[in-house]
Design a protein around this ligand. Structure first.
Ligand code: ADP
Ligand code: MG
Length: 348
C-alpha cells in the first residue's frame, strides 16, 4: 500500500508542472494540500490566488469533506453508517435499495456513458473486474505466484454484466440489481464525477484559481495569477530521465485532463504486464496498442469516462467517438512511443 501511494505521489508530482512562467513580482505564492485517504489514490489541491492560511484551510476542509463523501458513496468494499453506497447495492442480493438522489443521478449518468461508449465503459462489469483485482492484489503480496484469472471463471462471470439489469427508479428513490449475481464497480467514473461536483462547488463559492488533481484527473478552476493559464503535462510512460517526464504540455483554463494508461495499475505474469482496464469483449486487459490516452475537455466526469473508453477502442473508433460529441479532444501515446492527437488538443 505504501509503495503504491509513493508511486501515485510521484505520478501526481509529475502531472502538474511546477509554476514557471508568468510569475510576476506580485504573484502570490501557491499553497497545496495532499490527501492520501480517498479513492485509493493521491489527491491534491493547489490554490494560486493567494488565499490567507485561514481561507486556504477553509478551502481544504471543503474539498476534503467532499472527497470523503464521494469516496464513501462510490466505495465497493465498505459500508458506512449514514449513507447507502455502491457496496450496499452490491450486497443487497437483488433487493431494492433506497439511495440518495445524488447516487441515482450518478448511476443514470453511468448508463448514459455506457450508451455513449458503445458499452466499453460498463459499471456492471464488477464481477469480472473483481477477479482481475484479486489476482493483482495476490500478486502484489506474492509476485512469484502471480497468475491470470481463470478463463472459464471469467466467462461465467461475464454473464452477470448486463447493465440493463440495473434498475433505477428515480421517482421512488431506489435502485435494484435484477441479476443478484451482478456487481457494480464505478472505478472508471467515480473520481471524474467527484471532480465535477467539487469544481461546481468551488465555482459557486467564488474560487477563481484552483488546480485539483484526483489521481490523475486534473481540473483547473479559473486561471493562475493575472489570467495566465495553468500548465498541465501528458506524462511520459517510459521516461529515461527527469528531462523527459512529459511527452507534451498544454495550457488549460477552466478545463480538465484525464489519463488512462497501462502503467498506472498492473501486474506481471510470466514476464508480461497485465493492466487494469478490461476489454468487454475479451475480458482481458484492453490491447489496442496504447500506453495511454489523455482526454481534454470542459467536464472532468466526461474526460475521465472517455479516457477509459478511448483506451479500449481502436484509434479510429476513438476518433469517431470524439467527433460525435463536441468539446472533447484526445492525445494517444502508442506502444512504440509515437503519439497522435486530435486537432483541438493544442500542445505547447
Ligand atoms: P484510474 O482509475 O486508474 O485512473 P480509469 O479511469 O481508466 O483509471 O479507470 C480504471 C478503473 O475502472 C479500473 O480500476 C476498474 O475499477 C474500472 N474498469 C476497468 N475496465 C473497465 C471497463 N471496461 N468498464 C468500466 N470500468 C472499468
Ligand atoms: Mg476513467
Amino acid at each position: 500500500m505504501k509503495k503504491r501511494i509513493a508511486a501515485l505521489l510521484l505520478l501526481l508530482s509529475l502531472i502538474i508542472l511546477p509554476l514557471t512562467a508568468c510569475k510576476g513580482d506580485t504573484a502570490p505564492k501557491e499553497k497545496s494540500k495532499i490527501y492520501y485517504l480517498y479513492f485509493d489514490t493521491v489527491c491534491t489541491v493547489t490554490d494560486y490566488s493567494g488565499l490567507s492560511e485561514e481561507d486556504f484551510s477553509t478551502l481544504c476542509t471543503l474539498i476534503e469533506d467532499e472527497l470523503m463523501r464521494y469516496h464513501r458513496l462510490f466505495d465497493i468494499y465498505n459500508s458506512y453508517s449514514g449513507v447507502t453506497n455502491i457496496c450496499d447495492i452490491n450486497a443487497a442480493g437483488g433487493e431494492s435499495v433506497a439511495v440518495s438522489d445524488e447516487l441515482i443521478d450518478f448511476l443514470l449518468y453511468a448508463k448514459e456513458i455506457y450508451t455513449l461508449t458503445g458499452g466499453e465503459v460498463n459499471i456492471a462489469l464488477g464481477t469480472v473486474l473483481a477477479l482481475w483485482h484479486d489476482e493483482r492484489e495476490a500478486a502484489s503480496l506474492n509476485p512469484e505466484g502471480a497468475r491470470l484469472p481463470d478463463a472459464e471463471k471469467l466467462e461465467t462471470l461475464s454473464h452477470h454484466t448486463d447493465i440493463d439489469k440495473l434498475l433505477i427508479d428515480k421517482a421512488g428513490g431506489t435502485v435494484r440489481l435484477l441479476d443478484p449475481n451482478m456487481r457494480l464497480d464505478v472505478g472508471a467514473l467515480g473520481k471524474g464525477y467527484a471532480a465535477k461536483k467539487i469544481i461546481e462547488l468551488l465555482e459557486e463559492r467564488g474560487y477563481t484559481s484552483v488546480l485539483l488533481n484526483l489521481g490523475g484527473n486534473v481540473s483547473a478552476v479559473g486561471t493562475k495569477w493575472g489570467g495566465a493559464p495553468f500548465v498541465a503535462g501528458v506524462r511520459n510512460p517510459a521516461p529515461q530521465s527527469s528531462l523527459d517526464r512529459y511527452v507534451a504540455t498544454l495550457d488549460i483554463i477552466d478545463a480538465s485532463l484525464s489519463t488512462s494508461g497501462d502503467y498506472e495499475r498492473f501486474y506481471t505474469v510470466g514476464g508480461v504486464d497485465y493492466h487494469h482496464i478490461i476489454d468487454k469483449d475479451t475480458l482481458m486487459p484492453s490491447d489496442t496498442g496504447f500506453r495511454s490516452v489523455t482526454v481534454l475537455g470542459p467536464d472532468p466526469a466526461v474526460t475521465d469516462a472517455l479516457s477509459t473508453a478511448l483506451f479500449c477502442l481502436s484509434f479510429d473508433e476513438g476518433r469517431e467517438l470524439l467527433s460525435s460529441i463536441s468539446d472533447y479532444e484526445a492525445f494517444w501515446i502508442f506502444d512504440d512511443g509515437s503519439t497522435d492527437k486530435t486537432d483541438g488538443f493544442v500542445t505547447k
